[in-house]
Design a protein around this ligand. Structure first.
Ligand SMILES: NC(=O)c1ccc[n+]([C@@H]2O[C@H](COP(=O)([O-])OP(=O)(O)OC[C@H]3O[C@@H](n4cnc5c(N)ncnc54)[C@H](O)[C@@H]3O)[C@@H](O)[C@H]2O)c1
Length: 275
């Protein structure tokens, strides 16, 4: 096992599946202790078991990122379990799509709460910890760059029909990223974002597979029409969708020490797609 992140404590929201799970596995493989989060206990437990059986360190924290009190306990878990909070990956989310005239207030609020307010709350809760850790580093004369990576989408950069709430929230994360890059430079915290193109997870599974996401007491269908997928893949210069391992690699770039002088950036990981 390599150890570019040995001794680091990491939290990855929405890491029980898909891109977040691949991120948790990658960070743990690089030596970080990872707090794995998701709404489904079975999937969280499975991710933790996969990491620990490979020799990594992980604990589960089941919960909805939009719940009151979630953020405070999420960040505290990293400190309690791994001794520090060094990496924050805001990844949890899903699209709840519709054209603007059919988008309800509930849909809009759910998108903004999940993709923008939740990362804001997590980072607000992390601030005193990051500040105090930076002060302790100064006392010891041992300087560490800590990392925040916010997950966005090409829908935020280029817009996407039917994603007014999702794209607006995912664009809002750019302002959060660039502002905190300025506020937290003095703590040596690098704050960057990755905007994904099409990555092969259940979010882009065929609608016929019938995947759903719980919102309150309802299940929201997720997935894409097969004909739409066939069309989209033809617009990707690399000619295919990305894998979760490739997606996690782009987040790892912002977590590893090689990016210690990179902050406030938005990296697109989408095989060159520009629509
Ligand atoms: N897959 C893509 O093509 C793609 C493209 C652009 C952006 N994204 C973004 O990447 C992120 C991960 O998506 P994915 O494709 O891996 O999806 P996924 O459905 O495979 O995984 C999503 C994870 O987030 C968790 N989650 C969702 N809502 C949550 C909530 N309210 N509280 C806690 N956990 C929650 C799920 O439990 C799961 O662990 C999302 O923010 C998504 O919008 C994905």
């Amino acid at each position: 096992m390599s150890a570019t992140l040995a001794g680091r404590g990491a939290i990855v929201s929405g890491s029980s599946r898909g891109i977040g799970r691949a991120v948790a596995e990658r960070l743990a493989a690089e030596g970080a202790g990872v707090v794995v989060n998701g709404m489904d206990k079975k999937a969280v437990d499975d991710t933790v078991a996969t990491i620990t059986s490979a020799g990594g360190a992980a604990v589960g924290y089941v919960g909805d990122v939009t719940a009151d009190g979630f953020a405070e306990e999420f960040v505290a878990t990293a400190v309690r379990e791994f001794g520090s909070l060094d990496i924050v990956v805001n990844n949890a989310g899903f699209p709840w799509d519709n054209v603007i005239q059919k988008t309800t207030d509930e849909q809009w609020d759910t998108m903004l709460d999940t993709h923008l307010k939740a990362p804001f709350r997590i980072l607000r809760a992390a601030q005193p910890i990051l500040r105090d850790q930076a002060k302790n580093d100064e006392k010891r004369g041992r300087y560490v760059h800590r990392k925040v990576v916010n997950v966005s989408s090409i829908a935020a950069i280029y817009g996407n029909v039917g994603q007014v709430g999702y794209a607006s929230a995912k664009a809002g994360i750019f302002g959060l990223t660039k502002t905190l890059a300025k506020e937290w430079g003095r703590y040596r915290v690098n704050v960057n974002a990755v905007a994904f193109g099409i990555i092969d997870t259940r979010l882009i599974s065929s609608v016929t597979e019938g995947h759903t996401i719980p919102v309150g007491d309802r299940e929201i269908p997720i997935g894409v029409n097969d004909a739409v997928l066939d069309h989209i893949v033809q617009t990707v210069p690399l000619g295919r969708f990305g894998t979760v391992t490739e997606a996690a690699g782009s987040i790892y770039l912002f977590c590893c020490p090689d990016s210690d002088y990179v902050t406030g950036e938005i990296l697109t990981c989408g095989g060159g797609v520009t629509i």
